[in-house]
Ligand binder design. Structure first.
Ligand code: CMC
Length: 393
């Protein structure tokens, strides 16, 4: 009852107060807990940033060591989960598999579902999620390849362990390349939180009903999957490949994106909040150049991306609407250089966003937020009488 204001897409509605991430879209500023993203991407590593987001402060060395050790001893998933993997078709999208398996953790850790045990189980749930998601993600990939699964190696750091589980084969020695580990840390840090975006709002909304962290994160994975959100990173590479196949004519694709009768959008372009530039895209563009050079890779798609960016930024349509490359525009080019297949790009985004989802969910519960329940403006029929089936036309 009462007066309802409508704000489709929540373009101008705040859902919460939050002390985690500061974002200034006009000036392209992004801070996690007060620390500029540029500094974190340059100097920190993913686990340290995860700790910062979740617990509010950068860890001391003993705190970081203990956090990393706790995570490393929980990297195994229950053996029964392998049977679930066996049930998926080899070509099932890894995002669907990831969300299903993260949700299935509720069955293995039922105490996490009890809202009254929230405080005593939360730390273990946080550690388990951070520890097991990379294992599940790598296994989803191995399943798609028909290759044997690799069990985690707990003497490796977080990113190296993930790379090992993804790429090691029983038939050859697997060398971990520090360039790849650095690049992966940087990418995961840049994706780690982004205040009240679609998937994070989903995680908070699901959790606001007092559903468990596992089920909330599983819902967040599904929200992230869509092409307007995290799914864009996969679509960017597919778009760049299509441009390449078509002979490299970027104008044609720019015109397609401008055509209002065509559903096509320039993937990796535009952002709800950033209107001058996306600070993450700036860092990632530079990193793409560096990583490809360090690895000695010449990917023609990088040139196409740069050409496309230049063409869009000098086109009135994109200028007027203040559409700039976002985090997804160049990230796929780096993932590809690291050997990560296209259909795993959004999974990588999910691994990066996990600490943000956890931190936001925890803050929501700590702040005792009420259940999220938007209102509507009804536009349907006014009251009418039931019509028997034989009298219906
Ligand atoms: N290509 C062509 N036109 C676009 C694009 C694009 N990528 N993005 C926005 N527009 C146009 C849109 O058609 C609209 O035009 P008009 O005013 O004539 O109707 C105007 O720009 C405003 O767009 P909007 O859809 O109202 O803006 P939004 O804030 O609702 O959407 C967005 C933001 C990111 C969903 C959108 O820019 C988009 O679809 N981009 C492509 C997908 C993408 O790269 N997503 C990743 C986002 S960043 C990381 C993440 O969240 O995963």
């Amino acid at each position: 009852s009462g007066y309802v204001t409508l704000d489709r897409g929540f373009k101008n509605t705040g859902s919460t107060k939050s002390a985690i991430t500061y974002l200034d879209g006009e000036n392209g500023i992004l801070h996690y807990r007060g620390y500029p993203i540029e500094q974190l991407a340059e100097k920190s590593n993913f686990l340290e940033v995860a700790y910062l987001l979740i617990y509010g402060e950068l860890p001391t060395q003993p705190q970081l060591d203990s956090f990393a050790r706790e995570i490393s001893i929980h990297t195994l998933v229950n053996e029964d989960m392998r049977k679930i993997f066996d049930g998926f078709p080899y070509n099932g999208h890894p995002m669907g598999i990831l969300s299903a398996l993260v949700c299935s953790l509720t069955a293995f850790y039922p105490e996490s579902q009890d809202p009254n045990k929230y405080e005593e189980t939360l730390d273990a749930t946080i550690i388990r999620l951070l520890a097991k998601m990379p294992t599940i993600a790598a296994w989803a990939y191995k399943n798609s390849q028909g290759h044997p699964l690799n069990y985690p190696k707990n003497n490796l750091d977080y990113c190296s362990n993930f790379l090992y589980m993804m790429f090691a084969l029983p038939v050859e020695e697997y060398q971990i390349d520090p360039v790849i580990v650095d690049a992966l840390n940087k990418l995961l840090i840049l994706h780690a939180d982004h205040e009240q975006n679609c998937s994070t709002s989903t995680v908070r909304l699901v959790g606001s009903s007092r559903a468990s962290l596992y089920s909330s994160v599983s819902a967040g994975i599904n929200a992230l999957w869509g092409p307007l959100h995290g799914g864009a990173n996969q679509e960017v590479i597919e778009m760049l490949e299509a441009i390449k196949k078509d002979g490299g004519d970027t104008t044609k694709f720019i015109n397609k994106a401008k055509d209002k009768n065509d559903n096509f959008r320039l993937m990796g372009f535009g952002h709800r909040v950033y209107k001058n530039f996306d600070p993450r895209a700036k860092i990632i563009k530079k990193a793409a150049d560096q990583v490809l050079q360090q690895l000695g890779i010449n990917d023609p798609v990088l040139e196409i991306a740069k050409k496309l960016e230049e063409a869009a930024l000098s086109d009135q349509y994109f200028v007027e609407r203040r559409l700039y490359p976002n985090v997804d525009f160049y990230s796929g080019i780096i993932y590809r250089a690291l050997g990560i297949p296209t259909n795993m790009f959004t999974v990588m985004f999910a691994l990066g966003r996990l600490p943000g989802w956890i931190a936001q969910w925890k803050e929501m519960r700590d702040q005792k937020e009420p259940i999220g329940r938007p209102r509507q403006i009804y536009t349907g029929y006014t009251e009418r009488n039931y019509v028997g089936i034989n009298e219906r036309k």
